[in-house]
Design a protein around this ligand. Structure first.
Ligand SMILES: *Cc1c(COP(=O)(O)O)cnc(C)c1O
Length: 408
C-alpha cells in the first residue's frame, strides 16, 4: 500500500472517530464518508466513487443533484424559504393542486418527515371515525400489519413488532391491532364497529421489500368498503415512481382513501411529506387542530411541485418498470449462487443472502469495497433501491460486483 493511500484511509477513519465521539449511536453506518454526489454516483472524502444503490431509502428517486430540482431550489432559496402557515405563501397552493391531481384526490396536508405524515394520517382517520362514522369518543381502532415500518415516533413504534424499534420506549398509545401482512381475511376478522382505518405499506420496504400476494390490496380495498373503514396506504417508500407506477397501489388498480407520501417528494433535497385524500376525509381536520412550523414551507413546496411535474410525464415510472424488469432478470441468475431468494418490484429489490456466504451487513461491506452502496436489513437481507435515473449498464456492473462478492 502506498503512503498516500494510507493517509487517505486515515482521513476516513479520523472523520468516523470524531463523529462517533459526539453523535448518538442510533445508526451503524458503513465505513464510508461521502462528500459529493451526482446522479447515481457519490464520491467519498478520499476521491473514491461508488454507485448509490440505496438512494437514501428511496428519497433520491431522481438521483443526486438533479439539475431541474437544483434549479428550482436555488431560485426559491433566493426568494423566500419560510413563512409558517400563519400566512399564505405563493408556492403552497400550486404544489397542493399539482400533488392532489397526481394522486387523483382533492386535498393535501403538507408535513415534513414521513413519520409526521403517518401520525397525521392516523389523526385524520380518528377524527373521521368520530365525526363521520360515529365511533364513540376515544374508542377508534386502526389495524396495522405485522412487519410494518411506518417511522420512529412513540405512537408508530408502539404498533411495530420489531424489538429494536420498540422495546425500550413504552408505554405506547392504544387503539392499534396488528394482523399478519398479506392476509386479507385476518383484516376482516379484526374489524369491529370502532375500526376507523387499515394502515398498510402496499409493499413493505424496511421488512425487506416484501410483496404481498397478488390480489391482496384489492381484497383489502373491498373489505374496507364493506365495513366503512378507511384504507391508508403508506407510500412513503413505495410511491412516486419506485415500483414502475406512480403508486404501488396502482399495481392492483387500488385507490386508497388516504395516501401518505414522503421521501422522494422532497427531491432528495429536503424533507417533505404529505397526506393526500378527498375532502370528505381530510376535510374533517379543522383549523387549529393540526400543524407544523415548517410544513408547507415555500422552499419545500417549490421543490415538491417540480417533483410532481417530473412524475406527471410518466417517464420515471416507465424507466423504473423497464429497468426493474432488467434488474429482476439479472438478480434471478444469482438465486442458488449465494442468494436464497429475491423479491423485486420496479427498481426495488430485497435480496436474501445465503448465511453460508455471510450476513447482509458483511455483503454490504464487501460491496462497499467494490464501489457499490447497498444497505442490509433484518440480518440476512440486502435492499437495493437505486435512483430511477440509473442506466442498464450500471445495473449490470453492480450485479457483477454482487456476483463477485457472493462467490468470494
Ligand atoms: C421511511 C419511511 C417512513 C418514515 O419516514 P421518515 O421520513 O424517516 O420519518 C414511514 N413509512 C415508510 C414506509 C417508510 O419507508
Amino acid at each position: 500500500m502506498s503512503a498516500d493511500q494510507i493517509s487517505v484511509d486515515t482521513t476516513t477513519l479520523e472523520i468516523i472517530r470524531a463523529e462517533d465521539e459526539h453523535l448518538a449511536h442510533n445508526y451503524h453506518p458503513l465505513p464510508v464518508v461521502i462528500s459529493r454526489g451526482e446522479g447515481v454516483w457519490v464520491t467519498d472524502v478520499e476521491g473514491k466513487r461508488y454507485l448509490d444503490l440505496l438512494s437514501a431509502y428511496s428519497a433520491l428517486n431522481f438521483g443526486h443533484g438533479h439539475p431541474a430540482l437544483l434549479a428550482v431550489a436555488r431560485e426559491q432559496l433566493e426568494r423566500l424559504t419560510l413563512t409558517s402557515r400563519a400566512y399564505h405563501n405563493d408556492k403552497l397552493g400550486t404544489f397542493a393542486a399539482a400533488l392532489a391531481k397526481l394522486a387523483g384526490k382533492d386535498m393535501v396536508l403538507p408535513m415534513n418527515t414521513g413519520a409526521e405524515a403517518v401520525e397525521t394520517g392516523i389523526k385524520v382517520a380518528r377524527a373521521w371515525g368520530y365525526r363521520v362514522k360515529g365511533i364513540p369518543t376515544d374508542a377508534a381502532r386502526v389495524i396495522v400489519a405485522g412487519g410494518n415500518f411506518h417511522g420512529r415516533t412513540i405512537t408508530i413504534v408502539g404498533f411495530s413488532d420489531d424489538p429494536a424499534a420498540r422495546d425500550a420506549f413504552g408505554p405506547y398509545s392504544g387503539g392499534f391491532a396488528q394482523v399478519p401482512f398479506g392476509d386479507a381475511a385476518a383484516i376482516e376478522a379484526a374489524i369491529d364497529e370502532n375500526t376507523a382505518a387499515v394502515l398498510l405499506e402496499p409493499i413493505q420496504g424496511e421488512a425487506g421489500v416484501i410483496v404481498p400476494p397478488e390480489g391482496y390490496l384489492r381484497e383489502v380495498r373491498e373489505i374496507c368498503d364493506r365495513h366503512n373503514v378507511l384504507l391508508i396506504a403508506d407510500e412513503i417508500q413505495s410511491g412516486l415512481g419506485r415500483v414502475g407506477e406512480t403508486f404501488a397501489c396502482d399495481r392492483e388498480q387500488v385507490v386508497p382513501d388516504i395516501y401518505l407520501l414522503g421521501k422522494a417528494l422532497g427531491g432528495g433535497i429536503l424533507p417533505l411529506s404529505a397526506v393526500v385524500a378527498n375532502a370528505d376525509v381530510l376535510g374533517v381536520i379543522r383549523s387549529g387542530e393540526h400543524g407544523s412550523t415548517f410544513g408547507g414551507n415555500p422552499l419545500a413546496a417549490a421543490i415538491g411541485e417540480r417533483v410532481v411535474e417530473m412524475l406527471s410525464t410518466g417517464e420515471f415510472q416507465e424507466r423504473a418498470r423497464a429497468l426493474g424488469e432488467h434488474l429482476a432478470s439479472r438478480l434471478a441468475d444469482l438465486v442458488g449462487h449465494g442468494v436464497t431468494a429475491v423479491r423485486v418490484a420496479g427498481l426495488w429489490a430485497g435480496i436474501d443472502i445465503d448465511p453460508r456466504v455471510g450476513t447482509g451487513r458483511e455483503v454490504a461491506e464487501r460491496l462497499l469495497a467494490r464501489g457499490v452502496l447497498v444497505k442490509d436489513t433484518h440480518g440476512q437481507t440486502i435492499r437495493i433501491a437505486p435512483p430511477l435515473v440509473i442506466r442498464a449498464t450500471e445495473i449490470d456492473w453492480a450485479v457483477e460486483q454482487l456476483r463477485f462478492v457472493l462467490a468470494a
